[in-house]
Design a protein around this ligand. Structure first.
Ligand SMILES: [Fe+2]
Ligand SMILES: [Fe+2]
Length: 271
């Protein structure tokens, strides 16, 4: 396990006066996605079936992701005592299914799988850093501080394994780029939108676009320029680009503007 447990969280410092209902909604969604980490760990062990060292690390990684889900769920239940995490997770698993039992990466190679995993950790580490910096409630701040540190460590684990994979399977720069940025685009897929839906309403049929926009409007609003800088540096490194070069600096400016523009559009659309 990582360097912290649920017992290290100062639950008694929970301050209801500092709650924000929008934050509660996105934390509930995150609790479901994180708690599903064990299924991904199982999939990684199948893909790396001849590498017991990496399998051990992947299992530990999965346990840490599950712990993230537990911590967020416990906080969400403090914030909203009517939140039934177990029922929400059952609904989430019922409606969001990915084949985790195959032994070949759907990214096409082990290296590509590691690039995709790095990108997920880029997304989560920046997201929890943005939450940590943006929320006022002290217990959630502490949970996010711990989770953000774990996610950076997870990125390093997959990046180290990517370097090992690349020694055996040479994949070209453009392929790395396509896999990496393809995985970022996938962040808008059903998983988060469906988690948001099952955690918060689950009344009426699932509307992917509506739930995805509702989630993004609340989550993207938390990001600041330094979080975008972190995303670009880590993502560039994973695909083999210089993390602090001229292209990276221009990409930070562009991505930051695009994110602000998107938030403004989503807020206007929701008004
Ligand atoms: Fe996590
Ligand atoms: Fe992670």
């Amino acid at each position: 396990m990582g360097s912290w447990t649920l017992d290290d969280i100062p639950w008694d410092r929970f301050d209801r006066s500092k709650l924000d209902s929008d934050i509660v909604r996105i934390v509930k969604a995150a609790s479901l996605v994180e708690y599903n980490g064990g299924a991904y760990a199982h999939h990684l062990c199948r893909i790396f079936d001849d590498d017991p060292d990496f399998q051990r690390n992947a299992r530990r990684w999965g346990e840490e992701e599950i712990q993230h889900g537990r911590a967020l769920a416990r906080w969400a239940a403090l914030a909203d005592p009517s939140y039934d995490f177990a029922a929400a997770f059952d609904r989430f698993q019922e409606g969001y299914r990915v084949d985790f039992d195959c032994d070949v990466s759907r990214r096409g190679s082990r290296s590509a799988e590691m690039i995709a995993r790095c990108m997920v950790e880029v997304g989560t580490s920046s997201y929890y850093a943005a939450l940590r910096d943006g929320v006022r409630e002290p217990v959630l701040k502490e949970i996010c501080r711990n989770i953000a540190a774990d996610e950076v460590r997870h990125y390093k684990l997959f990046y180290r394994n990517l370097a090992c994979c690349l020694e055996r399977e040479r994949i070209g720069f453009w392929r790395r780029l396509r896999v990496g940025f393809g995985r970022i685009a996938e962040a808008q897929d059903d998983e988060l939108a469906y988690a948001y839906y099952t955690a918060n309403s689950a009344a009426g049929p699932f509307d992917r676009r509506r739930n995805s926009r509702a989630y993004e409007r609340r989550a993207f609003a938390l990001y600041r320029e330094q979080h975008v800088r972190h995303i670009v540096a880590m993502a560039f490194k994973a695909v083999g680009l210089s993390p602090r070069g001229r292209l990276a600096r221009a990409s930070v400016r562009l991505a930051w503007k695009a994110m602000r523009y998107r938030v403004i559009r989503l807020v206007k659309a929701a008004a």
